[in-house]
Ligand binder design. Structure first.
Ligand code: ADP
Length: 311
């Protein structure tokens, strides 16, 4: 059974912008899945359509087999969403925010009470249950959003950029919690523009760029392609002719004082330095060329990653 099925999904916004250009995606039940991509790629649009907050232009979306347009109530009952922005009433007490959502989702009152207590305890908010949401810290608000999304025990939980503005300690406890509910059977999809975050949590990953899925694979397979890092090195003396490679290291001359070198695993930076020394090149400084998401894009698509800002 697939938790989520998306076929040929298109979205053109009223201003004519084509945010999604034909997306196909299947997420199996039980997965911990990442939808990864740069800012502006279309992740939030996609999640917005799945959660019925954004209207699709065309295409099909099914949640546990129920189509969002033909069986919207059934489709929504399977789904919990934690959006990026806090969208609860800040004057409402914490436990009421969760209980109201339970009522809205049709959970019987006795179960609402039981589950509210359980969720508040698990997410370390029990002491704050009578406090107005506006008095919570940012991290507590984020946990409140998670508790609210889980009150009807959704089979699919979607987290949109869950760690935006979240400190490291909370991030770690949040991930522990997500891992636990995933092990207990909840399918989880998260969107992020951090490869590192997806890497730690997710078994599968789809990468979206310019409204298209550019890859959909096991995280392990994708990361294997990154077993090579590129360094930019500044040479102390002007560079002469460079051989295209020395030993396992490919070299490229960028300008008189700059060269790039590829460092494949398991070779060390030390070995590279020795090799360059053998060519009479003394290195003054170096930096890692790009972040790994950029690197992955380049390898997958043959073109550099474009973001909204530089597209
Ligand atoms: P992501 O979540 O990957 O950062 P979004 O789905 O938010 O990407 O945005 C995809 C593209 O659609 C971007 O170019 C964005 O500017 C555009 N966009 C998003 N919402 C709207 C809207 N309401 N009207 C017009 N364009 C939009």
């Amino acid at each position: 059974m697939n938790a989520l099925e998306i076929h040929d999904l298109h979205k053109t916004y009223a201003n004519g912008h084509q945010a999604l250009r034909g997306i196909d995606l299947e997420v199996e039940q039980g997965e911990f899945f990442a939808l990864l991509g740069p800012n502006g790629a279309g992740k939030s649009t996609c999640i917005g359509i799945v959660s019925s907050l954004v209207r699709k232009t065309s295409g099909e979306v099914r949640i546990f087999g129920d189509a969002i347009d033909r069986d919207p109530i059934a489709a929504k009952s399977h789904l919990g969403v934690v959006p990026q922005e806090f969208n609860f009433n800040i004057f409402e007490p914490v436990e009421e925010i969760i209980a109201n959502q339970g009522g809205y989702q049709g959970v019987p009152p006795r179960q609402v009470r039981q589950r509210t207590e359980q969720l508040l305890r698990e997410l370390d908010l029990w002491d704050k249950r009578r406090v107005q949401a506006r008095e919570l810290s940012g991290g507590m608000k984020r946990r409140l959003m998670i508790a609210r999304a889980l009150i009807h025990r959704p089979r699919l939980l979607i987290l949109d950029e869950p760690t935006a503005g979240v400190d490291i300690e909370l991030r770690r406890s949040m991930w522990d919690y997500m891992r636990r509910i995933n092990e207990q059977g909840t399918t989880i999809i998260l969107t992020t523009h951090y490869l590192e975050e997806a890497e730690q949590m997710c078994r599968r990953v789809a990468i979206i760029d310019h409204g298209r899925i550019v890859t959909n694979d096991r995280m392990k397979h994708l990361l294997r392609q990154l077993d090579c890092e590129t360094f930019v090195l500044n040479a102390r003396e002007p560079l002469g002719q460079l051989p295209p490679r020395i030993g396992p290291f490919a070299l490229r001359r960028i300008d008189e004082h700059t060269l790039e070198a590829d460092l494949p695993k398991p070779h060390s930076l030390n070995e590279l330095m020795h090799a360059l020394d053998g060519l009479g090149i003394a290195v003054d400084s170096l930096r890692n060329k790009s972040n790994r998401l950029e690197e992955l894009f380049l390898r997958l698509t043959g073109k550099p990653l474009e973001t909204e800002q530089n597209a």
